[in-house]
Design a protein around this ligand. Sequence first.
Ligand code: SF4
Ligand code: SF4
Length: 340
Amino acid sequence: MKKIRLGRTNLMVTRTSFGALPIQRVPEKEAIKILRHAYDSGINFYDTANMYTDSEEKIGKAFTPTMRSNVIISTKSGGTDYKTVKKHLDNSLVKINTDYIDILQLHNPTELPDPDSNDSSYKALIDAKKEGKIRFIGITNHKLHIANLALDSGLYDTLQFPFNYLSTEAEFELVQKSSDLDIGFIAMKALSGGLLKNSRACALFFRQNPTAVPIYGIQSMEELNEWLSLENQAIEMTPELEHTIAVDKRELSGNFCRSCGYCMPCAVGIEIKTAARMDMLLRRSPFRPLLSDDNYNMMMKINDCINCGLCKTRCPYELDVPNLLKRMLEDYKEFYELNK
Ligand code: SF4
Ligand code: SF4
């Protein structure tokens, strides 16, 4: 399988890599089967996080100690102080059943930690590296200015950031800057959180941007086999693919909910990361299941919004979430009446 050098880490990772967030939703036996099939097929890079419930444990169970040296594992800690990051790392080592993590990433910090403070999350990473518990230091983010600051700081070996063919010019510049600085670029949201449906178009995009390593979120054998089959094909731009990409760009440009979930929990329990993009889900997926009683009730919960503004302050895309939700509710009601 073709590999990409992940910047100054010099790690050679497969250009089709594995995002292990979705295997949380898969029963353990099946998750292990999927991970082993990925391994047997040559995928060598697996990205997880301590906050992805049992994702780390499933990885730990799938890859036996003899397989460990053949895989590169990145995980994340959302800790913002020394003690928490060290605690998260020790938990990750136990769950993944390993004595080292290849890349430990600070998980979406709202600001960069002070590298000189003895209490900081960054100092925890430095010490963990000295102790041999981690090999490289990474950071993930959804905010462009923080991602740029992280690159400028020179303190991180890798940056993980959303990147796909809907990305803006400034985001393409970020990828270029990362490459110029020899910092590994890990692309999350390669399918924009499931809104991009054409895997061939997505795979082609990464062939055209080969310094970015996509970690495709995989939750079934079928999805895995689709990526594996694309891996072995030459992918050319065709008029059909051009059309799909143009339609996606037109329909999904601008400010839309990426379903990252950083705005949650909502003060009154609204399922924001689904509700805030209901218009796109209704028009880009089979819509019948979205009109079920459960989904209807989920959408009606928007009426309970107390306008506390919490979600708005947390959204890394600076969306006006309460108003977006109100728009989604109106759209949903109209769609429901027409199609139920
Ligand atoms: S503003 Fe509304 S949707 Fe946002 S957190 Fe508060 S109650 Fe929830
Ligand atoms: S509203 Fe913002 S923070 Fe919440 S899921 Fe959507 S993009 Fe993420």
